[in-house]
Design a protein around this ligand. Structure first.
Ligand SMILES: [Ca+2]
Ligand SMILES: [Ca+2]
Length: 369
């Protein structure tokens, strides 16, 4: 190439790159929907996509105000504070994002609250049956494994692999649970765990236990997805059962979509070198404990593939609290079991529990210790 054409080539490729960089897209909004008539009128939307944080947002919907847009380190995120007045009607609002001559619109659904009881609670009179859905009953062999998932395996002959159990299988065995005298069903987590096989204790194991969320708003398709959970809870309620959800605030799966492109470096607890939690409660309960020991217990990672969320980051805290409320409202969950309670930031837990109980005063929350 001549010098001139070489220069022209570089200028053109630079322009092409600049044009690409200017394009913004919205790929996700979390929560995926909200409701009118909630006790707390505000909801913070996490908007994600290439350069989604560089757009100027607005909306025009009666009774709903965009109070504030927050941007963070990563230009792919915007956090939008919506205030929903008690007079707002259910419907689909359109978020508009503008930058230069680019305009994007993103629908966001505000549902009406249905009248079915939610957060009714469990008591010591209940007989709670803990089931691991992957291992309980397989109602649909077609959803046992998917080639597009990070762990595409299912094999009942291998104790470390998924076995194909699902919500359809559990729904078919409500009579069995009834016969046992069970009154409430608690599943290990059902949220998507699109995690690869991981080395635990020298053995490659699947995430069939469910404690490594990779998308808070999706029930794993190997369990039947969101529709199967709604359907299961409807039939369980109709048969007189309560349903307890297993909540994990402390950590997520290393494959969580927001871990792959974090809003900010402090989204999770970072250490100069990998630091595991000590699994010791004494530094949390002992008023004379050393601060360094407290930090290791609280902020060390549960295992190398479950990053420890920083609940002191206000966007992380809002994300988790809103997800809890969304889950009870969306699915009609009765009670709430909190995983690894003591490894969470305890003032955060108090705020989170208070927010759930403000909306659902009869809900019961119990924690793992
Ligand atoms: Ca299955
Ligand atoms: Ca922690």
């Amino acid at each position: 190439m001549t010098k001139l054409t070489t220069t022209l080539f570089f200028v053109l490729s630079l322009m092409a790159r600049v044009t690409v960089a200017q394009d913004a897209r919205i790929q996700r909004v979390n929560p995926t929907n909200w409701w009118v008539g909630m006790k707390n009128p505000t909801v913070q939307l996490m908007v994600y996509g290439p350069n989604a944080g560089t757009l100027t947002y607005s909306l025009n919907y009666p009774g709903v105000k965009l109070a504030k847009t927050h941007t963070v380190e990563n230009p792919n995120y915007a956090f939008l504070d919506l205030v929903i007045s008690p007079t707002a009607k259910a419907g689909t609002l359109k978020l508009t994002g503008k930058r230069g001559n680019q305009t994007l619109t993103q629908p966001f659904v505000l549902k009406a609250r249905d009248k079915t009881p939610k957060g009714t609670g469990v008591t010591s009179a209940d007989f709670i049956y803990l089931a691991m859905p992957d291992r309980f009953a397989n109602g649909d062999p077609a959803n046992d494994k998917f080639a597009d998932m990070a762990d595409p395996n299912a094999d009942r002959a291998n104790p470390f692999y998924r076995h194909g159990g699902d919500l359809a299988g559990a729904a078919k065995h409500l009579d069995y649970l009834k016969d046992l005298g069970v009154t409430a069903i608690w599943f290990t987590p059902l949220l998507e765990n699109n995690q690869p096989l991981t080395n635990e204790g020298g053995v490659m194991r699947s995430a069939y236990h469910g404690y490594g969320f990779t998308d808070h708003y999706t029930i794993d398709k190997r369990f039947g997805g969101n529709q199967a959970y709604s359907a299961f809870i409807k039939s369980a309620h109709a048969a007189g059962f309560k349903v307890v959800q297993d909540a994990v605030y402390n950590h997520v799966g290393i494959n969580h979509w927001f871990i792959k492109d974090m809003p900010s470096k402090d989204w999770v607890h970072q250490w100069p070198a990998y630091t595991n939690t000590s699994y010791k409660y004494q530094p949390i309960t002992d008023p004379h404990a050393a601060e360094t020991d407290r930090r290791v217990t609280l902020d060390g990672w549960f295992v190398p593939f479950l990053p420890d969320l920083n609940q002191n980051n206000p966007y992380v805290a809002n994300f988790l609290i809103q997800h809890a409320i969304w889950t009870v409202e969306e699915f009609g969950v009765d009670a709430w079991r909190v995983d690894t309670y003591m490894y969470n930031d305890l003032p955060f837990m108090n705020r989170c529990n208070a927010a759930l109980m403000e909306q659902y005063p009869t809900i019961h929350i119990f924690g793992e210790s």
